[in-house]
Design a protein around this ligand. Structure first.
Ligand code: CAO
Length: 495
């Protein structure tokens, strides 16, 4: 019995051994296959890398998308901006990964910290929404020790961004010659109201730029005064242009090794955004602007591009139409475009199928003199539904329409939260607030939106860790008054 048992045990062990061997073999085979697979993948990558000329660039990264840093990692920005235009630019650079060191006047800071305050004693939304992803250092640029710190910052950074009034940077002693001599690689980027010319010395705010850049004269209704738009195309628009200029200058510096001046005038930025109106100005020399509703109404054109109400700026006529609830909801409207290729579906939807063949309506030129009547008829249909119902019906048949979204609706829209376009940030002083994240989405540079810094939050960190000042030197700097508020601080709260 014992022998039988022993035999059975022996054969069991044998079988187990054989099974184990087979498993190890199979596993080894599997690993080998994996190695072969990996090797062939690597080979394939190498082959692709070889096939495409490298142009001096490194091998394509093998890290997963979005996990190989950010687009502007390593770029150091001396951020001397205030109010809106400059801060928009540096916030975008910060979103892209640049280290933005915002220099502010001790005890005062960027004037917007105290403007349009909603929470007593806390940084305003005006400031917090334009200064995320930055560090704040306070320096009195007119104090001798402050000047010395600024010199170290100029040597340390790649880009200086400023939007002071004309001449203010020079008055601080930070002339282009001085900066270029101190750090020939530094890019000096400025926003000014006007470029060189009769107005170059003028201070400029948003609406001045909208007026001088040509948009106010072309915005509004024909029988009303010029209008400015709520979009800050003079400030934020110019900041965006400046960010583009800076990135181009950084790219050029790779080749030339030297920095350069980058200037964006707000008037130029606005005009760039309003170029379709300069297009129309030139078209006027060849006859009336037939897509303007004024043409259909038989009102002659003057010498300059008129205000066109809600006429579409492109070649497809459009207008804002009332939707259900318009009597009480100021935003119950939809923008409706009578795009020529979908004229048939429009006629069917609004219950006018006969317009598809009626010579007065069938072609775009035939419709131009009747646009008012056409939009009035479409409005009778849109008024029977909410703007979202109209949107659904029109999109189903490819008709381009856009609901007039209120800021409340935008703030609450889940899809904008999902994409990181509207972001909730937590601030130690004021609590949670909404900000606009990076409108530019990149597959390999993922934006993390960080709260704005409190005034001087990073002063000591930058002085010691970035600029290398010792503890003793830090004490001397503090005693000099270069980083601390004067005894009687200037009032931060603005009207
Ligand atoms: N330490 C010491 N002084 C400082 C300082 C610091 N850290 N930061 C700024 N200052 C001083 C400047 O040196 C300047 O002093 P001086 O006039 O004696 O040279 C002073 O603060 C005020 O600067 P400023 O003239 O730029 O500011 P302002 O409020 O008078 O004007 C604005 C504001 C926006 C009209 C003007 O800066 C401007 O025209 N900028 C260019 C266009 C622009 O960007 N406009 C958009 C603004 S957003 O709507």
């Amino acid at each position: 019995m014992a022998t039988r048992k022993a035999k059975k045990a022996k054969s069991k062990t044998k079988a187990a051994k054989a099974k184990a061997k087979a498993t190890t073999k199979a596993a080894a085979k599997k690993t080998a296959k994996k190695v072969v697979k990996l090797k062939s993948k690597a080979r394939a990558r190498k082959a692709v890398a070889k096939a495409v000329p490298a142009n001096g660039l490194p091998k394509p990264s093998a890290r997963p998308w979005g996990q190989d840093g950010k687009a502007l990692d390593g770029v150091k920005v001396l951020d001397f901006t205030h109010v809106q235009s400059g801060p928009t630019c540096t916030q975008l650079l910060g979103y892209m990964g640049a280290d933005c060191i915002k220099v502010e006047r001790p005890g005062v800071g960027d004037i917007t910290r105290g403007q349009l305050r909603d929470v007593k004693g806390q940084d305003s939304l005006y400031f917090t929404m334009l200064n995320g992803n930055k560090r704040s250092i306070t320096i009195d640029s007119k104090n001798p020790k402050g000047k010395e710190i600024l010199e170290r910052l100029i040597k340390h950074c790649d880009v200086l961004v400023e939007n002071f009034a004309p001449g203010a940077l020079d008055r601080m002693g930070l002339t282009w010659d001085y900066i270029h001599k101190t750090n020939p690689r530094m890019i000096v980027a400025s926003v000014k109201g006007f470029g060189p010319g009769p107005y170059e010395d003028c201070k400029v705010y948003e609406n001045v730029a909208q007026c001088a850049g040509g948009t106010a004269s072309t915005t509004g209704f024909r029988d009303g005064p010029p209008l400015v738009t709520g979009a800050q195309i003079g400030d934020s628009g110019t900041g965006l242009h400046l960010a583009f200029g800076i990135v181009c200058a950084l790219h050029q510096r790779q080749r030339t090794g030297r920095g350069q001046k980058v200037l964006c005038a707000m008037q130029d930025g606005v005009l760039n955004l309003a170029r379709v109106k300069l297009r129309d100005q030139q078209r006027l020399a060849h006859g009336p602007l037939t897509e303007y509703s004024q043409y259909g109404e038989g009102i002659p054109f003057g010498k300059a591009v008129p205000r066109a109400g809600n006429d579409s700026g492109g070649g497809q006529p459009g207008w804002i139409l009332k939707c259900k609830g318009w009597e009480t909801d100021p935003d119950a409207y939809i923008y409706f475009i009578t795009q020529a290729p979908v004229w048939g579906p429009i006629c069917d939807l609004i219950g006018k199928p006969e317009w598809k063949t009626d010579p007065d309506y069938a072609t775009p030129p035939a419709r131009l003199p009747r646009l008012r009547h056409i939009f009035d008829t479409i409005e009778e249909w849109t008024k029977t539904m909410t703007k979202f119902e109209v949107m659904e019906k029109c999109n189903a048949v490819d008709i381009p329409v856009g609901p007039i979204l209120s800021m409340k609706e935008i703030a609450e829209e889940p899809s904008l939260r999902d994409t990181g376009t509207v972001v909730e940030v937590d601030h130690p002083g004021r609590g949670k607030y909404l900000t606009v994240g990076n409108p530019v989405k990149m597959s390999d540079s993922i934006t993390e939106v960080k709260r704005s810094p409190v005034l001087g939050e990073h002063t000591e960190e930058i002085l010691t860790k970035v600029l290398g000042y010792s503890a003793k030197e830090l004490e001397e700097i503090k005693a000099s008054g270069a980083i601390t508020a004067p005894e009687k601080p200037a009032k931060a709260e603005a009207a």
